[in-house]
Write a protein that binds this ligand. Structure first.
Ligand SMILES: [Zn+2]
Length: 245
């Protein structure tokens, strides 16, 4: 199974972190290592894929906190494992609660406050990014755990890149010109990871504390799932972060 790890998070032994790719699952093509139910894949295969993914990270599958993502900027804290409706970001300072972010083109953002031992996971598509979900999460961490942004370690995972992520004028006009490239067809290529990185920095996160796995999901060939590329037959990847008990 091919997993993405974080160089920055791996310096902290209490952190468990990993992101899946498309590789290493039991599902038939095009799904591969799909970790999401309800995207057209065989549920038994998804269960087996999840088991393999969480086993590879030595995570107890009953200790997961799932946000039921809706492309919002709603964030909340997770005191127990379970499903959290209408939310696109979870944070906790509890041990053995593993926060999930599920993606196929949207940007997964993971945060760690090593001073207060608090973690967060954020799902940032263009809507959440426009509504500054990453900054809202930092604000919530500050309220809940007294997190100082200058102490935060951040990881940005693979997402639709500026090389491929085409949007119309209506979406493009929400973002400042440094984050979009006009195309000859009148549309724009948008750089969602760069916007989130900028939001982290303006919230006070140090640039050297931001790790960015700058892979484009759309042109990754078969390394990552991409909804834009594969449409209704696209699987989903998961990133997970937790504090070991
Ligand atoms: Zn690309």
């Amino acid at each position: 199974m091919e997993l993405l790890r974080s160089k920055l998070f791996s310096q902290f032994p209490q952190i468990v972190f990993g992101m899946s790719t498309k590789n290493g699952g039991v599902s038939d093509p095009p799904y591969g290592l799909n970790l999401s139910i309800g995207v057209g894949d065989d549920p038994d295969n998804v269960r087996e894929n999840r088991k393999r993914f969480f086993n590879a990270l030595n995570i107890d599958g009953t200790r997961l906190a799932f946000p039921l993502q809706v492309h919002s900027s709603q964030v909340q804290d997770a005191h127990t494992p379970g499903r959290y409706i209408n939310t696109d970001g979870l944070t906790t300072d509890k041990k053995e609660i593993y926060l999930i972010v599920s993606v196929a083109d949207c940007l997964p953002v993971f945060l760690f406050d090593p001073i207060h031992n608090a973690i967060a996971g954020v799902h940032a598509g263009w809507k959440g990014t426009d509504q500054k979900i990453t900054m809202k999460m930092i604000q919530l961490m500050n309220e809940r755990w007294q997190t100082d942004p200058s102490e935060i370690i951040a990881f940005l995972g693979p997402a639709a890149g500026v090389c491929c992520y085409e949007v119309g004028e209506g979406v493009a006009e929400l973002f400042s010109s440094e984050f979009k490239a006009p195309q000859s067809n009148g549309k724009y290529h948008l750089d969602i990871p760069a916007v989130n990185k900028e939001q982290l920095i303006s919230a006070g996160v140090k640039i050297e504390n931001i790790e960015h796995e700058n892979f484009c999901t759309i042109c990754s060939n078969d390394r990552f799932h991409s909804y834009r590329r594969d449409g209704n037959e696209s699987g989903r990847m998961m990133g997970v972060i937790g504090l070991r008990g």
